[in-house]
Ligand binder design. Structure first.
Ligand SMILES: Cc1cc2nc3c(=O)[nH]c(=O)nc-3n(C[C@H](O)[C@H](O)[C@H](O)COP(=O)(O)OP(=O)(O)OC[C@H]3O[C@@H](n4cnc5c(N)ncnc54)[C@H](O)[C@@H]3O)c2cc1C
Length: 383
Protein backbone atom coordinates (compact mmCIF):
# COMPACT_ATOMS: atom_id res chain seq x y z
CA UNK A 1 0.00 0.00 0.00
CA UNK A 2 1.39 3.39 -1.04
CA UNK A 3 0.77 6.17 1.48
CA UNK A 4 2.65 8.78 -0.51
CA UNK A 5 0.48 11.75 -1.48
CA UNK A 6 0.11 12.66 -5.15
CA UNK A 7 1.42 16.00 -6.44
CA UNK A 8 -2.17 17.37 -6.45
CA UNK A 9 -2.83 16.22 -2.89
CA UNK A 10 0.46 17.71 -1.68
CA UNK A 11 -0.39 20.99 -3.42
CA UNK A 12 -3.88 21.22 -1.94
CA UNK A 13 -2.51 20.51 1.54
CA UNK A 14 0.07 23.30 1.11
CA UNK A 15 -2.68 25.63 -0.13
CA UNK A 16 -4.78 24.83 2.95
CA UNK A 17 -1.84 25.33 5.32
CA UNK A 18 -1.09 28.75 3.75
CA UNK A 19 -4.78 29.70 3.88
CA UNK A 20 -4.95 28.84 7.58
CA UNK A 21 -1.80 30.83 8.35
CA UNK A 22 -3.09 33.87 6.46
CA UNK A 23 -6.88 33.95 6.98
CA UNK A 24 -7.51 32.01 10.20
CA UNK A 25 -4.63 31.83 12.70
CA UNK A 26 -4.31 35.62 13.22
CA UNK A 27 -8.02 35.77 14.21
CA UNK A 28 -8.51 32.61 16.24
CA UNK A 29 -8.30 34.05 19.76
CA UNK A 30 -10.46 37.09 18.90
CA UNK A 31 -13.16 34.97 17.23
CA UNK A 32 -13.22 32.59 20.19
CA UNK A 33 -13.50 35.41 22.72
CA UNK A 34 -16.16 37.24 20.68
CA UNK A 35 -18.10 33.97 20.09
CA UNK A 36 -18.21 35.00 16.44
CA UNK A 37 -16.17 33.93 13.42
CA UNK A 38 -16.08 36.72 10.81
CA UNK A 39 -18.60 35.63 8.17
CA UNK A 40 -16.34 36.87 5.36
CA UNK A 41 -14.37 33.63 5.88
CA UNK A 42 -17.11 31.75 3.96
CA UNK A 43 -16.49 33.68 0.72
CA UNK A 44 -12.73 33.24 1.17
CA UNK A 45 -13.20 29.48 1.61
CA UNK A 46 -15.33 29.45 -1.55
CA UNK A 47 -12.85 31.52 -3.56
CA UNK A 48 -9.99 29.13 -2.76
CA UNK A 49 -12.13 26.15 -3.80
CA UNK A 50 -12.45 24.46 -0.39
CA UNK A 51 -16.28 24.56 -0.42
CA UNK A 52 -16.43 22.69 -3.72
CA UNK A 53 -14.04 19.79 -3.09
CA UNK A 54 -15.25 16.47 -4.57
CA UNK A 55 -18.26 18.22 -6.22
CA UNK A 56 -18.46 18.12 -10.04
CA UNK A 57 -17.16 21.22 -11.79
CA UNK A 58 -20.43 21.23 -13.77
CA UNK A 59 -22.14 22.43 -10.56
CA UNK A 60 -19.43 24.88 -9.54
CA UNK A 61 -17.37 22.33 -7.61
CA UNK A 62 -13.60 22.15 -7.59
CA UNK A 63 -13.30 18.36 -8.03
CA UNK A 64 -10.55 16.52 -6.19
CA UNK A 65 -10.78 13.23 -4.32
CA UNK A 66 -11.83 12.47 -0.74
CA UNK A 67 -8.26 12.24 0.50
CA UNK A 68 -7.71 15.82 -0.72
CA UNK A 69 -10.92 16.76 1.12
CA UNK A 70 -9.58 15.12 4.31
CA UNK A 71 -6.22 16.90 3.95
CA UNK A 72 -7.95 20.28 3.71
CA UNK A 73 -10.29 19.40 6.58
CA UNK A 74 -7.32 18.38 8.74
CA UNK A 75 -5.53 21.68 8.05
CA UNK A 76 -8.68 23.68 8.82
CA UNK A 77 -9.12 21.69 12.05
CA UNK A 78 -5.49 22.39 12.90
CA UNK A 79 -6.30 26.10 12.49
CA UNK A 80 -9.76 26.49 14.00
CA UNK A 81 -12.42 23.81 14.48
CA UNK A 82 -15.15 26.48 14.25
CA UNK A 83 -14.11 27.19 10.66
CA UNK A 84 -13.55 23.51 9.88
CA UNK A 85 -17.13 22.84 10.98
CA UNK A 86 -18.52 25.42 8.54
CA UNK A 87 -16.97 23.44 5.67
CA UNK A 88 -17.80 20.00 7.08
CA UNK A 89 -21.47 20.96 7.32
CA UNK A 90 -22.06 23.30 4.34
CA UNK A 91 -20.05 21.16 1.93
CA UNK A 92 -19.78 17.78 3.66
CA UNK A 93 -23.31 17.30 4.98
CA UNK A 94 -25.35 19.55 2.68
CA UNK A 95 -23.74 20.11 -0.76
CA UNK A 96 -22.37 16.58 -1.07
CA UNK A 97 -25.75 15.13 -0.06
CA UNK A 98 -27.52 17.26 -2.68
CA UNK A 99 -24.91 16.05 -5.20
CA UNK A 100 -25.69 12.42 -4.28
CA UNK A 101 -29.47 12.54 -3.85
CA UNK A 102 -30.66 15.69 -5.64
CA UNK A 103 -32.60 16.08 -8.86
CA UNK A 104 -30.94 17.99 -11.70
CA UNK A 105 -33.06 21.03 -10.74
CA UNK A 106 -32.06 20.84 -7.04
CA UNK A 107 -28.40 20.55 -7.96
CA UNK A 108 -28.64 23.61 -10.25
CA UNK A 109 -30.59 25.57 -7.63
CA UNK A 110 -28.23 25.02 -4.70
CA UNK A 111 -24.81 23.65 -5.60
CA UNK A 112 -23.22 26.65 -7.39
CA UNK A 113 -24.10 28.92 -4.44
CA UNK A 114 -22.94 26.44 -1.79
CA UNK A 115 -19.65 25.65 -3.53
CA UNK A 116 -18.80 29.32 -4.17
CA UNK A 117 -19.55 30.44 -0.62
CA UNK A 118 -22.45 32.63 -1.73
CA UNK A 119 -24.73 30.34 0.29
CA UNK A 120 -24.22 28.49 3.57
CA UNK A 121 -25.99 25.21 4.30
CA UNK A 122 -27.03 23.64 7.59
CA UNK A 123 -28.17 20.14 8.52
CA UNK A 124 -31.34 19.95 10.62
CA UNK A 125 -31.70 16.49 12.12
CA UNK A 126 -31.39 16.77 15.93
CA UNK A 127 -34.42 17.92 17.93
CA UNK A 128 -34.77 18.88 21.59
CA UNK A 129 -36.22 15.43 22.37
CA UNK A 130 -34.31 13.26 19.89
CA UNK A 131 -30.51 13.28 19.51
CA UNK A 132 -29.03 9.77 19.32
CA UNK A 133 -32.52 8.44 18.60
CA UNK A 134 -32.88 10.68 15.53
CA UNK A 135 -35.14 8.21 13.69
CA UNK A 136 -37.91 9.06 16.16
CA UNK A 137 -37.88 12.78 15.37
CA UNK A 138 -41.23 14.55 15.60
CA UNK A 139 -41.06 17.54 13.22
CA UNK A 140 -43.98 17.03 10.81
CA UNK A 141 -44.41 17.77 7.10
CA UNK A 142 -48.09 17.73 6.13
CA UNK A 143 -49.11 17.63 2.47
CA UNK A 144 -51.20 20.65 1.38
CA UNK A 145 -51.97 20.53 -2.36
CA UNK A 146 -48.68 20.87 -4.23
CA UNK A 147 -46.86 21.91 -1.04
CA UNK A 148 -45.83 20.65 2.38
CA UNK A 149 -46.37 22.59 5.63
CA UNK A 150 -43.55 21.84 8.07
CA UNK A 151 -43.78 22.43 11.82
CA UNK A 152 -41.46 21.47 14.67
CA UNK A 153 -38.11 22.42 16.18
CA UNK A 154 -34.45 21.59 15.66
CA UNK A 155 -31.64 21.80 18.21
CA UNK A 156 -27.87 22.44 18.08
CA UNK A 157 -27.79 23.24 14.35
CA UNK A 158 -24.28 24.17 13.17
CA UNK A 159 -24.32 27.19 10.78
CA UNK A 160 -27.97 27.58 11.84
CA UNK A 161 -28.13 31.39 11.94
CA UNK A 162 -25.87 31.80 8.90
CA UNK A 163 -27.58 29.31 6.65
CA UNK A 164 -29.36 30.11 3.39
CA UNK A 165 -30.66 26.56 3.03
CA UNK A 166 -31.61 23.97 5.63
CA UNK A 167 -31.38 20.27 4.81
CA UNK A 168 -34.27 19.43 7.07
CA UNK A 169 -35.62 16.08 8.21
CA UNK A 170 -39.33 15.76 8.97
CA UNK A 171 -41.97 13.08 9.35
CA UNK A 172 -44.16 13.14 6.22
CA UNK A 173 -46.08 9.86 6.60
CA UNK A 174 -47.55 7.87 9.49
CA UNK A 175 -45.04 5.03 9.01
CA UNK A 176 -43.38 4.29 12.38
CA UNK A 177 -39.85 5.37 13.35
CA UNK A 178 -37.37 6.28 10.66
CA UNK A 179 -39.60 4.89 7.87
CA UNK A 180 -41.82 7.99 8.02
CA UNK A 181 -38.98 10.49 7.68
CA UNK A 182 -38.32 12.51 4.51
CA UNK A 183 -35.65 15.09 3.68
CA UNK A 184 -36.41 18.63 2.46
CA UNK A 185 -34.35 21.54 1.16
CA UNK A 186 -35.85 24.56 2.91
CA UNK A 187 -34.74 28.13 2.04
CA UNK A 188 -33.87 29.67 5.41
CA UNK A 189 -35.82 32.86 4.71
CA UNK A 190 -39.11 31.00 4.27
CA UNK A 191 -41.86 32.60 6.42
CA UNK A 192 -42.48 30.65 9.64
CA UNK A 193 -38.83 29.61 10.10
CA UNK A 194 -37.14 31.39 13.02
CA UNK A 195 -33.63 30.91 14.42
CA UNK A 196 -32.03 31.57 17.78
CA UNK A 197 -28.29 31.51 18.46
CA UNK A 198 -27.18 29.15 21.24
CA UNK A 199 -24.63 30.96 23.42
CA UNK A 200 -22.38 29.66 26.18
CA UNK A 201 -20.85 26.65 24.41
CA UNK A 202 -17.79 25.06 26.01
CA UNK A 203 -15.98 25.06 22.66
CA UNK A 204 -16.57 25.93 18.99
CA UNK A 205 -17.52 29.29 20.41
CA UNK A 206 -17.07 31.12 17.13
CA UNK A 207 -19.46 28.84 15.31
CA UNK A 208 -23.07 29.88 14.66
CA UNK A 209 -24.92 27.08 16.45
CA UNK A 210 -28.67 27.59 16.56
CA UNK A 211 -32.08 26.36 17.55
CA UNK A 212 -34.64 26.42 14.70
CA UNK A 213 -38.40 26.76 15.15
CA UNK A 214 -40.76 25.95 12.29
CA UNK A 215 -44.42 26.97 12.27
CA UNK A 216 -46.31 26.00 9.08
CA UNK A 217 -43.27 26.54 6.87
CA UNK A 218 -44.55 26.15 3.31
CA UNK A 219 -42.31 24.46 0.75
CA UNK A 220 -43.22 23.01 -2.67
CA UNK A 221 -43.29 19.21 -2.94
CA UNK A 222 -40.29 19.59 -5.29
CA UNK A 223 -38.22 20.61 -2.22
CA UNK A 224 -38.16 16.98 -1.08
CA UNK A 225 -34.63 15.53 -1.40
CA UNK A 226 -34.68 11.86 -2.38
CA UNK A 227 -37.80 9.68 -2.28
CA UNK A 228 -40.55 10.10 0.30
CA UNK A 229 -39.83 7.99 3.41
CA UNK A 230 -36.11 7.75 2.59
CA UNK A 231 -35.07 10.78 4.63
CA UNK A 232 -33.35 8.70 7.28
CA UNK A 233 -31.30 6.94 4.60
CA UNK A 234 -30.38 10.39 3.22
CA UNK A 235 -29.31 11.49 6.73
CA UNK A 236 -27.30 8.33 7.43
CA UNK A 237 -25.51 8.49 4.07
CA UNK A 238 -24.58 12.11 4.81
CA UNK A 239 -23.34 11.23 8.30
CA UNK A 240 -21.29 8.24 7.09
CA UNK A 241 -19.16 10.65 5.04
CA UNK A 242 -19.54 13.37 7.66
CA UNK A 243 -17.87 11.16 10.28
CA UNK A 244 -14.81 10.93 8.03
CA UNK A 245 -14.74 14.71 7.90
CA UNK A 246 -15.05 15.03 11.71
CA UNK A 247 -12.24 12.46 12.07
CA UNK A 248 -10.02 14.52 9.74
CA UNK A 249 -10.77 17.66 11.76
CA UNK A 250 -9.81 15.75 14.93
CA UNK A 251 -6.47 14.77 13.36
CA UNK A 252 -5.94 18.50 12.83
CA UNK A 253 -6.66 19.24 16.50
CA UNK A 254 -4.27 16.51 17.64
CA UNK A 255 -1.59 17.72 15.18
CA UNK A 256 -1.93 21.27 16.50
CA UNK A 257 -1.64 19.93 20.07
CA UNK A 258 1.53 18.05 19.11
CA UNK A 259 3.16 21.07 17.47
CA UNK A 260 2.29 23.35 20.39
CA UNK A 261 3.54 20.82 22.98
CA UNK A 262 6.86 20.22 21.21
CA UNK A 263 7.55 23.93 20.76
CA UNK A 264 6.68 24.78 24.35
CA UNK A 265 8.61 21.84 25.81
CA UNK A 266 11.81 22.91 24.05
CA UNK A 267 11.44 26.56 25.17
CA UNK A 268 10.27 26.22 28.79
CA UNK A 269 12.92 25.50 31.42
CA UNK A 270 12.46 23.96 34.87
CA UNK A 271 15.07 22.46 37.20
CA UNK A 272 17.80 24.12 35.09
CA UNK A 273 16.97 22.43 31.79
CA UNK A 274 14.27 22.48 29.14
CA UNK A 275 11.20 20.49 30.19
CA UNK A 276 11.67 18.45 26.97
CA UNK A 277 14.61 16.86 28.78
CA UNK A 278 12.31 15.45 31.47
CA UNK A 279 11.31 11.93 30.46
CA UNK A 280 7.73 12.23 31.72
CA UNK A 281 7.21 15.25 29.46
CA UNK A 282 8.55 13.21 26.53
CA UNK A 283 6.01 10.53 27.43
CA UNK A 284 3.17 13.07 27.13
CA UNK A 285 4.49 14.17 23.73
CA UNK A 286 5.02 10.67 22.39
CA UNK A 287 1.48 9.68 23.45
CA UNK A 288 0.14 12.63 21.42
CA UNK A 289 2.29 11.67 18.41
CA UNK A 290 1.02 8.08 18.35
CA UNK A 291 -2.58 9.30 18.58
CA UNK A 292 -1.98 11.68 15.65
CA UNK A 293 -0.57 8.96 13.40
CA UNK A 294 -3.17 6.33 14.28
CA UNK A 295 -6.08 8.75 13.83
CA UNK A 296 -4.69 10.00 10.51
CA UNK A 297 -4.19 6.50 9.12
CA UNK A 298 -7.72 5.43 10.09
CA UNK A 299 -9.08 8.58 8.41
CA UNK A 300 -7.06 8.14 5.22
CA UNK A 301 -8.32 4.54 5.00
CA UNK A 302 -11.91 5.81 4.89
CA UNK A 303 -11.04 8.35 2.17
CA UNK A 304 -9.34 5.60 0.17
CA UNK A 305 -12.42 3.34 0.44
CA UNK A 306 -14.76 6.17 -0.61
CA UNK A 307 -12.56 7.05 -3.59
CA UNK A 308 -12.45 3.40 -4.69
CA UNK A 309 -16.24 3.05 -4.37
CA UNK A 310 -15.98 0.45 -1.59
CA UNK A 311 -18.26 0.25 1.51
CA UNK A 312 -16.92 2.61 4.14
CA UNK A 313 -19.59 3.35 6.78
CA UNK A 314 -18.19 1.08 9.53
CA UNK A 315 -14.62 2.26 8.89
CA UNK A 316 -15.89 5.84 9.07
CA UNK A 317 -17.41 5.13 12.50
CA UNK A 318 -14.13 3.55 13.65
CA UNK A 319 -12.13 6.57 12.44
CA UNK A 320 -14.55 9.05 14.04
CA UNK A 321 -14.63 7.12 17.34
CA UNK A 322 -10.85 6.83 17.59
CA UNK A 323 -9.93 10.26 16.23
CA UNK A 324 -12.41 12.15 18.43
CA UNK A 325 -11.29 10.39 21.61
CA UNK A 326 -7.65 10.84 20.48
CA UNK A 327 -8.16 14.58 19.92
CA UNK A 328 -9.46 14.99 23.49
CA UNK A 329 -6.51 12.98 24.87
CA UNK A 330 -3.98 14.85 22.72
CA UNK A 331 -5.27 18.30 23.67
CA UNK A 332 -5.40 17.29 27.34
CA UNK A 333 -1.82 15.96 27.21
CA UNK A 334 -0.66 19.15 25.48
CA UNK A 335 -2.33 21.23 28.18
CA UNK A 336 -0.38 19.22 30.77
CA UNK A 337 2.87 20.04 28.96
CA UNK A 338 1.98 23.75 29.16
CA UNK A 339 1.34 23.57 32.91
CA UNK A 340 -0.62 26.56 34.25
CA UNK A 341 -0.12 28.52 31.02
CA UNK A 342 -2.20 25.92 29.24
CA UNK A 343 -5.18 27.09 31.26
CA UNK A 344 -5.02 30.63 29.84
CA UNK A 345 -6.57 31.42 26.46
CA UNK A 346 -3.54 33.38 25.20
CA UNK A 347 -2.02 29.94 24.63
CA UNK A 348 -3.62 27.61 22.06
CA UNK A 349 -4.06 24.33 23.94
CA UNK A 350 -7.02 25.21 26.19
CA UNK A 351 -9.12 26.04 23.13
CA UNK A 352 -8.01 22.82 21.43
CA UNK A 353 -9.32 20.86 24.42
CA UNK A 354 -12.62 22.80 24.56
CA UNK A 355 -13.14 22.37 20.80
CA UNK A 356 -12.16 18.69 20.85
CA UNK A 357 -14.69 17.83 23.53
CA UNK A 358 -17.74 18.07 21.26
CA UNK A 359 -16.22 15.72 18.68
CA UNK A 360 -17.10 12.69 20.82
CA UNK A 361 -20.69 13.96 21.00
CA UNK A 362 -21.88 15.20 17.60
CA UNK A 363 -22.49 13.24 14.38
CA UNK A 364 -23.12 10.28 16.70
CA UNK A 365 -21.66 10.02 20.20
CA UNK A 366 -18.82 7.59 20.93
CA UNK A 367 -21.39 5.18 22.36
CA UNK A 368 -23.41 5.32 19.13
CA UNK A 369 -20.26 4.68 17.02
CA UNK A 370 -19.58 1.57 19.16
CA UNK A 371 -23.13 0.32 18.52
CA UNK A 372 -22.68 0.90 14.75
CA UNK A 373 -19.37 -1.01 14.77
CA UNK A 374 -20.80 -3.76 17.00
CA UNK A 375 -23.81 -4.18 14.70
CA UNK A 376 -21.54 -4.56 11.67
CA UNK A 377 -19.43 -7.20 13.44
CA UNK A 378 -22.21 -9.26 15.03
CA UNK A 379 -25.09 -8.68 12.64
CA UNK A 380 -27.20 -7.81 15.71
CA UNK A 381 -28.62 -4.31 16.18
CA UNK A 382 -28.56 -2.98 19.75
CA UNK A 383 -30.53 0.15 18.79
C1 LIG B 1 -21.90 22.12 19.08
C2 LIG B 1 -22.88 21.14 18.51
C3 LIG B 1 -23.16 21.16 17.14
C4 LIG B 1 -24.08 20.27 16.60
N1 LIG B 1 -24.42 20.36 15.26
C5 LIG B 1 -25.48 19.65 14.78
C6 LIG B 1 -25.96 19.85 13.46
O1 LIG B 1 -25.42 20.65 12.68
N2 LIG B 1 -27.07 19.17 13.05
C7 LIG B 1 -27.72 18.28 13.86
O2 LIG B 1 -28.71 17.71 13.44
N3 LIG B 1 -27.26 18.04 15.12
C8 LIG B 1 -26.17 18.72 15.60
N4 LIG B 1 -25.72 18.51 16.89
C9 LIG B 1 -26.44 17.55 17.74
C10 LIG B 1 -25.63 16.30 18.03
O3 LIG B 1 -25.51 15.50 16.90
C11 LIG B 1 -26.32 15.60 19.22
O4 LIG B 1 -26.03 16.39 20.37
C12 LIG B 1 -25.84 14.17 19.40
O5 LIG B 1 -26.34 13.35 18.36
C13 LIG B 1 -26.27 13.57 20.74
O6 LIG B 1 -27.64 13.77 20.98
P1 LIG B 1 -28.11 14.39 22.40
O7 LIG B 1 -27.29 15.61 22.65
O8 LIG B 1 -29.58 14.54 22.34
O9 LIG B 1 -27.70 13.30 23.45
P2 LIG B 1 -28.53 11.90 23.85
O10 LIG B 1 -28.91 11.23 22.60
O11 LIG B 1 -29.62 12.35 24.78
O12 LIG B 1 -27.42 11.13 24.60
C14 LIG B 1 -27.05 11.37 25.96
C15 LIG B 1 -26.08 10.26 26.40
O13 LIG B 1 -26.73 8.98 26.29
C16 LIG B 1 -25.96 8.11 25.48
N5 LIG B 1 -26.84 7.22 24.72
C17 LIG B 1 -27.95 7.54 24.00
N6 LIG B 1 -28.48 6.46 23.42
C18 LIG B 1 -27.68 5.42 23.74
C19 LIG B 1 -27.68 4.01 23.46
N7 LIG B 1 -28.62 3.47 22.64
N8 LIG B 1 -26.71 3.25 23.99
C20 LIG B 1 -25.73 3.79 24.77
N9 LIG B 1 -25.68 5.10 25.10
C21 LIG B 1 -26.63 5.90 24.58
C22 LIG B 1 -25.18 9.04 24.55
O14 LIG B 1 -24.01 8.40 24.03
C23 LIG B 1 -24.86 10.18 25.51
O15 LIG B 1 -23.72 9.84 26.28
C24 LIG B 1 -24.74 19.33 17.44
C25 LIG B 1 -24.42 19.29 18.80
C26 LIG B 1 -23.53 20.17 19.34
C27 LIG B 1 -23.24 20.13 20.82
Amino acid sequence: MNLELSAEQTAVRRLARDFVARAITPNVIAWDRAEDVDRSIVKKLGDVGFLGLTVDEEFGGSGGDHLAYCLVTEELGRGDSSVRGIVSVSLGLVAKTIASWGSEEQKRQWLPGLTSGEYVGCFGLTEPGTGSDAGNLSTRAVRDGDDYLISGSKMFITNGTWADVVLLFARSTDAPGHKGVSAFLVPADTPGLTRRTIHGKLGLRGQATAELALADVRVPASAMLGPEGKGFAVAMSALAKGRMSVAAGCVGIAQAALEAAVTYATEREQFGKSIARHQLVQELISDIAVDVDAARLLTWRVADLVDRGEPFATESSKAKLFASEAAVRAANNALQVFGGYGYIDEYPVGKLLRDARVMTLYEGTSQIQKLVIGRALTGVSAF
